[in-house]
Design a binder for this molecule. Structure first.
Ligand code: ASP
Ligand code: MG
Length: 427
């Protein structure tokens, strides 16, 4: 691959949720001329609404007409506000065809595989948004080519959480995007979706568009990747939970991986690795103030500034597991307990053991828990506490701990050199 100086930029649902927002995307892209691949999510809350349509059909065989009509109207409204009366006909016709295809597909598909149906239908959100954005940019002389992620991001058929087939994705990127970029400055594609060998739609998991952009950045050896968001950059805490947050200016890759491991929700957890492997910096910038500096996740060794970072995980369940035969929590028992967690796909968020009891905190998930408990209870006595919150502070100090804990009772406390974690009752 010979291409150099390619940039990947991702626009999420909030950055394209209205005609005004789409115009702002055009404004941002016009600030600089460069070879770019633009990854776009579904508009606003479209993915949630498509999920509702699929669920209603799957669970009760009812086609959710009202939601469907609302979605058509929402997108048509955006088109009408973006284009002149004459220009809008073409785009409206394309969108109308996509909606017809969505409905007939849903009704036709055999109702036996929820995950498969989900991906076939929910992927329309991104197909629709990219069609509108691409047409709008073309109408405004920001000439671009729309490429289907189904043909680009090749995956297995693990629907709803598809795994990337890196070799075939690399090949598809080189065969489709690279030749286009020799003639055009801008390629547009869908976030979140991929395709199997047979070109059936898959998805990469909710909020997966960041990951899509990182996959493309990796395969293109891009200079950088940028995520445009409605916040000024990465903050040291969710501003809804903590007063006086600080913007992180630069974050080492390793630190970003740690933060997402502990549950920081701002970046999709799979996003960092493809970038880190090739040292591709990830910029997080505000689409409201695109001139501002934002944050960068990169190969720098130090977090800047070094301030406490707070991560809150609600709805935790504490399981206290002890062998029925009063044996120790030794290597054999630990291995067998972990095997049960892995088999049930339950991630352990915190663990602590004594001689005869092993305590773990996990996300409360009513669909998975009964089976997990049944499996554990064969050899172990299990007690549990619900309604807990896990607070993690990276780069903690006493003042940081006091400020979030106040006087709450600590059920479990654990500290390493950089990280303090507390399991407390939810407030
Ligand atoms: N549209 C998808 C979602 O809402 C993917 C994304 O936005 O990243 O989950
Ligand atoms: Mg999103």
């Amino acid at each position: 691959m010979k291409m150099e100086n390619i940039f990947v930029e991702k626009f999420g649902g909030a950055s394209v949720n209205s005609a005004e927002a789409v115009r702002n995307v055009f404004k941002i892209l016009s600030m600089e001329q460069k070879k770019r691949v633009i990854v776009v999510s579904a508009m606003g809350k479209t993915t949630n609404k498509l999920e509702d349509i699929v669920n209603k059909w799957f669970n009760s065989n009812i086609f959710y007409d009202e939601q469907y009509e609302n979605l058509i109207e929402y997108h048509n409204n955006i088109i009408e506000n973006l284009f002149s009366t004459k220009e809008q006909e073409g785009t409206k016709a394309k969108i109308s065809l996509l909606f017809q295809e969505l409905k007939s597909k849903l009704i036709r598909l055999p109702r036996n595989d929820y995950n498969f149906i989900y991906d076939s239908i929910v992927s329309f959100g991104e197909r629709i948004s990219t069609t509108i954005v691409s047409d709008f940019l073309n109408a405004n002389k920001l000439t671009n080519k729309l490429v289907y992620a189904i043909d680009l991001i090749k995956t297995d058929n693990n629907y709803r959480d598809a795994n990337v087939d890196w070799a075939n994705t690399q090949k598809a990127v080189e065969e489709t995007i690279v030749p286009i970029l020799e003639h055009y400055d801008t390629v547009i594609t869908q976030g979140f979706i991929g395709g199997t060998k047979e070109n059936l739609a898959t998805t990469l998991g909710r909020e997966g568009s960041d990951y899509s952009a990182a996959i493309l950045a990796h395969c293109l050896r891009s200079n950088s990747m940028t995520i445009w968001k409605d916040v000024p950059g990465l903050l040291n805490a969710d501003p809804k939970r903590v007063e006086n947050t600080t913007k992180l200016v630069s974050i080492p890759f390793k630190e970003a991986i740690e933060l997402s491991f502990y549950g920081a929700s701002i970046i999709h957890p799979k996003t960092i690795k493809p970038l880190e492997n090739l040292s591709i910096p990830l910029y997080i910038k505000s689409f409201v103030k695109p001139e501002d500096e934002g944050s960068v996740i990169c190969a720098n060794p130090e977090l800047n500034p070094i301030v406490p970072n707070y991560i809150f995980k609600d709805n935790q369940l504490l399981l206290s597991i002890s062998p029925k035969d009063f044996s120790f929590i030794d290597e054999k028992n630990s291995a067998s307990i972990f095997e049960i967690f892995a088999r049930n796909k339950v991630k352990v968020n915190l663990m602590q053991n004594s001689a005869i009891s092993f305590s773990v905190s996990v996300d409360e998930n009513r669909n998975i828990l009964p089976q997990l408990l049944e499996d554990l209870q064969k050899d172990y006595k299990v007690r549990y506490n619900t309604n807990l919150q896990l607070i993690t502070i990276r780069h903690y100090n006493q003042q940081a701990i006091d400020s979030v804990l106040q006087n709450r009772e600590k059920i479990i406390e654990q500290k390493s050199r950089t990280t303090a974690q507390f399991l407390v009752n939810m407030q």
